[in-house]
Write a protein that binds this ligand. Structure first.
Ligand SMILES: Nc1ncnc2c1ncn2[C@@H]1O[C@H](COP(=O)(O)OP(=O)(O)OP(=O)(O)O)[C@@H](O)[C@H]1O
Ligand SMILES: [Mg+2]
Length: 253
């Protein structure tokens, strides 16, 4: 059974401790949320899982495969993709080409050359990119340039780029940041559909607690690089340390 296991992860940047011995597991088919205040280590954790950061100590395994010895493009090939908190889209390219970039992120430099000349490969990739855009309700946007598109659309393109590689596990960093209430509800629905309809396990970082509580199977609360609480939404919502530390009245909203 597919599973992500993070064990005793430590990551510091010079004197700054970002992760201070984090352990948790994400089960196949879960929507698992990571919450916590700014600077608590959420994005650093994503960067460790996808190979951007090398933690000084600890282990990360996916289906018993060690991720810490692998490069980012190899980790995508294992079935793990991600979105970025600060959009990594290219504004002067079309929506379709931005989504196709996702497919290119899983190949090595050597493979790039051979793929460049394969029309059939390009057609296959375009077909799956169009499927993903359709799934996200963006079918009409494929030939539009990303620049000038509303922020909400750009966030969805970010998700599309992570979905096009057909991951088994997707890491989504703050999908609702900068979104209005209507867009946030739409994002909640999309995340649920990614799991329910596409069968993809979801690890999501998010500050919007009502979104987190409504879609998550389990929630992990980080505080200064430590796990403060982990459990089903109701448990975490009622956890005294969590209420005291961050959620306050919002936890009971
Ligand atoms: N590349 C880096 N170099 C130096 N310090 C870093 C680096 N990346 C993260 N940090 C520090 O590590 C800590 C954790 O940062 P991280 O971005 O993981 O937090 P976060 O929980 O994602 O916060 P936010 O909710 O604001 O996105 C912070 O103190 C941050 O300044
Ligand atoms: Mg972050």
């Amino acid at each position: 059974m597919a599973e992500l296991n993070v064990k005793n992860l430590h990551m510091h940047f010079a004197g700054v401790i970002a992760l201070n011995g984090i352990s948790f597991s994400v089960k196949d088919g879960e929507i698992f949320s990571l919450v916590g205040p700014n600077g608590s280590g959420k994005t650093t954790l994503f960067n460790c899982i996808n190979g951007f950061n090398r933690p000084q100590k600890g282990e990360i395994h996916y289906n018993r495969t060690d991720l810490l010895s692998r490069a980012p493009h190899q980790i995508i090939k294992l079935g793990i993709s991600r979105t970025f908190q600060n959009l990594q889209n290219i504004p002067y390219m079309t929506v379709l080409d931005n989504v196709l970039l996702g497919d290119h992120s899983k190949i090595s430099n050597r493979e790039t050359v051979t793929r460049w000349f394969s029309r059939r490969q390009r057609e296959r990739e375009e077909a799956s990119a169009l499927d993903v855009l359709d799934f996200l309700g963006l079918a009409n946007y494929e030939q539009k340039y990303l620049s000038g598109q509303p922020y909400g659309i750009q966030k969805l393109v970010e998700i599309a780029r992570a979905l096009v590689v057909k991951p088994k596990l997707i890491l989504i960093d703050e999908p609702a940041a900068g979104m209005n209430d209507q867009e946030t509800m739409e994002i909640a629905k999309i995340i649920s559909e990614i799991r329910d309809d596409l069968g993809i396990t979801v690890l999501v970082v998010e500050h919007d607690m009502s979104l987190v509580m409504s879609i998550s199977d389990r929630v992990c609360v980080l505080d200064s690089g430590n796990v403060l609480a982990l459990g089903i939404p109701e448990e975490v919502r009622e956890h005294p340390d969590v209420i005291r530390a961050f959620l306050g009245e919002e936890a009971h909203a």
